[in-house]
Design a protein around this ligand. Sequence first.
Ligand code: NAD
Length: 237
Amino acid sequence: MPIDEVRKVCVVGAGRMGSGISLQCAVAGYETAVFDISDEALQQAPARHRGIAERLVALGSLGQSEVDAGLARITFTKDAGQAAENADLLSESVPEVLELKRRVHAQFDQLCPSHTIMTTNTSSLLVSEIEGSVRRGDRFAALHFHGFRTVVDIMRGPRTSAKTVEVLRRFARSLQGETKIAQQQSVVGQYQKVADAASEARQVAQMLRLAYQEGLNALSLRELPDFLDPLKMPPWA
Ligand SMILES: NC(=O)c1ccc[n+]([C@@H]2O[C@H](COP(=O)([O-])OP(=O)(O)OC[C@H]3O[C@@H](n4cnc5c(N)ncnc54)[C@H](O)[C@@H]3O)[C@@H](O)[C@H]2O)c1
């Protein structure tokens, strides 16, 4: 069930992750605009969506009617202004290059409405390295996906507001009833645990194990708190 604050999601990057994320948003009921600079990526994206959806229907994870309704909510565009128009949330999945991500976020900071929450799907960069490129630091965070309806982690930057984190948590949950959500806070140059991380340690550790089992990059490894160091996984994990 979509949350009230978000009606339209703008997904920047139509590659592997952007395709999975946009499909996930669309089947959850969000109007979804997919933007890419590459004609080839935009041409391939609908087939990529259908391929992911077919596998999920075959596995029983999605119903065909859910897929059909979701696919109808997705638009593809090479026009950044059109993608950003009326967006309530932006999810960026361009290649893992700091300067590129900074440039893309600066571009969309200019184009998106002032209320839009902007997120990066970075795997290894720090939020604090990227967020200086936008004016809306209070509405900027990492929303890091690992696979279709598996796990999502939310990483704050130094300016991210509590309201933004709350909206992102509810948004992540709205994508999937069983989503495991980890919340972290990044600070310039070093990792700092959020106050409630310890109480969620078991949940986070389970999430990590799930992500590793899937052979995925579990979290931004540079920002792992020490109690989540996979080499020192606690006995209860
Ligand atoms: N692949 C994974 O397993 C995985 C998992 C979690 C997170 N991530 C992160 O997701 C991000 C994307 O990874 P991916 O595997 O989807 O990459 P990808 O190469 O499959 O897709 C990247 C897309 O971004 C597009 N792009 C490049 N410059 C652009 C621009 N200026 N504006 C708009 N689009 C642009 C490219 O044309 C391409 O379609 C990276 O930050 C990566 O670290 C990847």
